[in-house]
Write a protein that binds this ligand. Structure first.
Ligand SMILES: [Ca+2]
Ligand SMILES: [Ca+2]
Ligand SMILES: [Ca+2]
Length: 217
């Protein structure tokens, strides 16, 4: 018995202390370990109120696994706090609690860039390339207007951020794209705002345009 009590003196831990954000409800985030419980012994875990329980509602416990009770958003809060109680149960008599204790724990979230936090239709990863703010729906890389001038030139206006380079590309079939190198086809934006990219030769009967942004090396 003295050996068993010594084993349970170690506080429980987690197999992982950092997990991706935005995992589906019910996903196993990490396994809880009993801290050296002898084979054949049972430990029951539960979430309890007390110091360090601020984010208990984010989690559920299934067996010895800590699971997501809701989608956990890194951008809202990157470190979650919860409080665990463990009960070491007599394997011969489950009503007999041999030892128990509580511990406040933390789980860190890792950012993923496939989410669209500001719901502007552009995933975080693409916003990082464009230099726009993934937390602000007003900040988004998008063509704002396209017009054909009397001269036959096509002017494409888009929102830009400082330090990026933009290229106007055209296609007649939406499959094969060429970079327009005439006029102001490639512009390094000097400040956030709007730029106009001009194709001086828009004489084809049908021509499509798109704007590419070059990621800063
Ligand atoms: Ca998120
Ligand atoms: Ca994210
Ligand atoms: Ca945005």
């Amino acid at each position: 018995m003295s050996l068993q009590l010594h084993a349970m003196a170690r506080q429980p831990g987690m197999a992982r202390t950092k997990v991706d954000e935005e995992l589906a409800v019910g996903t196993i985030l990490t396994a809880l370990s009993g801290g050296g419980v002898l084979s054949g012994q049972e430990v029951r875990y539960s979430l309890v109120s007390g110091t360090g329980d601020a984010d208990n509602a984010d989690f559920s416990i299934v067996g010895a696994n800590l699971c997501a009770a809701r989608r956990l958003n890194f951008e809202a809060k990157s470190v979650r706090q919860f409080r665990i109680r463990w009960d070491w149960v007599d394997s011969q008599n489950s009503a007999n609690i041999l030892s128990s204790g509580e511990r406040a724990m933390t789980l860190a979230l890792a950012n993923v860039t496939t989410d669209d936090e500001d719901l502007d239709g552009v995933p975080e990863a693409e916003e990082l390339i464009a230099g726009t703010n993934p937390g602000d729906a007003r900040s988004v890389f998008r063509v704002s207007s396209l017009c054909i001038e009397a001269s036959g030139a096509a002017t494409v206006r888009c929102n830009v951020v400082a330090g990026r380079t933009y290229t106007i590309q055209s296609s007649t079939d939406l499959k094969n794209w060429i970079v327009e190198t005439d006029d102001t086809a490639t512009v390094a934006a000097s400040a956030d705002g709007t730029i106009s990219l001009i194709d001086s030769d828009a004489t084809a009967c049908r021509k499509f345009y798109r704007i590419a942004v070059m990621q800063t090396p």
